[in-house]
Design a protein around this ligand. Structure first.
Ligand SMILES: [Zn+2]
Length: 77
């Protein structure tokens, strides 16, 4: 099994005819659409950008909540 880098689906090498050879590697895709997306912008899929600012913000928020309350429930008396 290979991974379709565009949509993340598992793709069987033997069942798909959608493939691209690049840098000595063969990449497999579930559909012509995914293959075209990859062909148009391979770098985007080979080297996905780091997490966006908003995602990092949400993660930090979740972490701070965890630190504030730990495992015990907030007290309410
Ligand atoms: Zn796909």
């Amino acid at each position: 099994m290979r991974k379709d880098l565009v949509c993340g689906m598992d793709v069987s090498e033997t069942e798909t005819s959608q493939r691209i050879e690049q840098h000595g590697e063969t990449y497999y895709f579930c559909s012509e659409q995914c293959k075209e997306n990859f062909a148009n912008n391979p770098e985007k899929y080979l080297h996905p950008r780091k997490k966006g600012v908003f995602t990092r913000f949400l993660e930090r928020l979740a972490k701070e909540n965890h630190q504030a309350f730990g495992n015990k429930k907030p007290s309410c008396h």
